[in-house]
Design a binder for this molecule. Sequence first.
Ligand SMILES: *Cc1c(COP(=O)(O)O)cnc(C)c1O
Length: 365
Amino acid sequence: MTVDFTVTRNTNPTSPERRAEILADPGFGKHFTDHMVRIDWHGDHVDSGEWSNAQVLPYGPLSLDPAASVFHYGQEIFEGIKAYRQADGSITTFRPEENAARLNKSAQRLVLPELPEDLFTEAIRQLVSIDADWVPSGDGESLYLRPFMISTEAFLGIRPAHEVSFFVIASPAGNYFGTPKPVDIWLSTNYARAGVGGTGEAKCGGNYAASLAAQLEGEANGCKQVIFKDPNRDDAIEELGGMNVFFVFADGKIVTPELTGTILRGITRKSIIKLAQERGHTVEERRFTLEEWRQGVASGEITEIFACGTAAVITPVGKLKAADFEISSPSGEDGGAVTMALREELVGMQTGKVEDRFGWNVKLV
Ligand SMILES: *Cc1c(COP(=O)(O)O)cnc(C)c1O
């Protein structure tokens, strides 16, 4: 499908000096570029409505009716994807068709309309083109893109909204893990982020809202991240609040919890499985319990643990802390050789330093 985007340039963009200042220390999700994308949808039913009014417009506040259903019933989904500056100056993104497909799976679950996959990628291309100067070129740096979809219809009756908008905003991201240190994680036993038949597999804001109490509990116990287990399957480990988790064994085997419907289908997870297999690791996607974690670290069979997601790429995991026990960190302060090698290969592929053997990079500009 071809959709023409109306482009309205920001008449008061960030000055080059200010932008340079921001890019020197972007942090994460704090600063936003000069433009955004918006596409509206209208329809009586998710299968029969129409996307229209595709625009690139100045970044700025939205005007929504206070009765807009997103504020009341939470019909909201999002994605996270990055744009990378290549050595030749061009800008690429990574596996956008995967994000587009996942957005549509999330849309199905939340009864929001599906966005044609090529329109998703085109929306990203439009924003990255106009804000290309915001794509940093430093090691491990990128422009983080946040596509999201909300229900905007002013109606308090309970049914899927008839008016919806899709947006893309962008925020420069620094190199978090230049020297990644293992993070200690908190095992949440009081809270679950997802349940069987719920929205665990959908990338929706509601899941994050549900994870915040556990996150605070973890912080109060000195942990930056929280891991959840499946409350219905005893001690099966699921994932962190916003990252999937992997366990590396001394014999080279790598285990990650299987996708049960309550775990988010991470694209980093999927990419790492492929890269690890290529490197000769046996990768098992299966039920992985707390008991196996405890025993594996105690016996020395588990040598490394890491978490992964688009924002942070790969983060080594240290200790597991819970209310009444602790499992010590299997790796040293450097996070472990397998973890670091996978991270280097993945980031290298995304930024053009390692050959893109699977055609995962898509040129945007
Ligand atoms: C986005 C997300 C991930 C990671 O997915 P990627 O596609 O690798 O970025 C993992 N878990 C949750 C809950 C998420 O929302």
